[in-house]
Design a protein around this ligand. Structure first.
Ligand SMILES: Cc1ncc(COP(=O)(O)O)c(C=O)c1O
Length: 285
């Protein structure tokens, strides 16, 4: 399978990563996951903008223009022949040899890699929903940066897995922030609540899209912190991310939210989200 390696598209077996690459040693890097449907990226500009924003928050210079990055990603899509899938794009701060915490000087080039995977939409899961657990948000205080050091996210995801759930809903002192790999929202009396953007959550691209859908459908979106009590008292709960789109939550711990059919608001958002995909990428089969 072809992959992006710096400014080129090469066979995966040709890629060489130095053991002193800062991504490998410090987790010093950023990434994006972008979905493609019908051989076209969805929300590509928004993802590229966030990639640049993450880079600037850690003072990392991207030695490519946004157009060059888009061109590389589009070539990858063509050369891999993937129809529906996810691209994982990562940039690390390059090599510090010998190992040194200090940022290297500007002459050290970052390391860019991008891999593409075929992944179908999981319509079945989208109607059945996912089981979740609630656990403490143990991550650092700059969760707005889409960075590759994901140990905190991985640990809570693993906890969810051990408790037979797909996702971990996180809280800080009783305030719900987001999930291990998605944003979370609750619906109460026809209104949608979600944590405001800021340093405690990742500003989701999927969230931008479903907020636009909610506005069109006439559901008010309240971007204010809400508590664990609000979560347990919600009519509906859903998670959102590039890979799972708008995903209903059917269970929180032992609390069952629905058995067969997700809530009305969540289903309306799913439908409207699909419409947004089809507007950009063409009709899905
Ligand atoms: C911690 C976290 N929050 C939110 C999201 C959702 O972001 P997006 O909708 O841009 O995929 C993700 C996606 O991976 C994530 O890892």
């Amino acid at each position: 399978m072809k992959v992006i390696w710096n400014s080129e598209i090469v066979e995966r077996s040709e890629v060489r990563i130095d053991p002193e690459d800062r991504g490998y040693q410090f987790g010093d890097g950023i990434y994006e996951v972008i979905r493609a449907y019908n051989k076209q990226y969805f929300c590509l500009d928004e993802h590229i903008d966030r990639f640049y924003s993450s880079a600037s928050k850690i003072e990392m210079h991207i030695p490519y223009s946004k157009e060059e990055l888009k061109e590389l990603l589009n070539r990858l899509l063509v050369e891999t022949g993937v129809h529906t899938g996810n691209v994982y794009l990562q940039m690390t701060r390059g090599i510090s040899s010998p190992r040194n915490h200090m940022y290297p000087d500007a002459a050290v080039l970052p390391m860019l890699t991008g891999t593409m995977t075929s992944v179908e939409r999981d319509a079945d899961q989208m109607s059945k929903g996912i089981a979740t657990i609630v656990t403490e948000d143990i991550r650092w205080l700059k969760c707005d940066i889409k960075m590759i050091s994901l140990l905190g996210n991985i640990m809570v995801k693993h906890e969810a897995h051990k408790r037979n759930a797909e996702e971990a809903i996180l809280h800080r002192d009783g305030i719900v922030t987001e999930c291990s790999s998605s944003n979370v929202a609750i619906v109460k009396d026809g209104k949608i609540w979600t944590h405001p953007d800021g340093n405690l959550i990742l500003p989701g691209i999927t969230k931008i899209v479903w907020k636009k859908c909610a506005e069109k459908l006439g559901y008010p979106v309240i971007e204010k912190p809400f508590s664990l009590d609000d979560l347990y008292d919600a009519d509906e709960v859903f998670c959102s991310s590039t890979t799972i789109e708008v995903m209903p939550v059917c269970k929180i711990g032992n609390n069952v939210l629905f058995d067969q059919v997700p809530g009305q608001v969540t289903m309306a958002l799913q439908k409207a989200y699909l419409h947004e995909i089809e507007k950009q990428c063409g009709k899905l089969k």
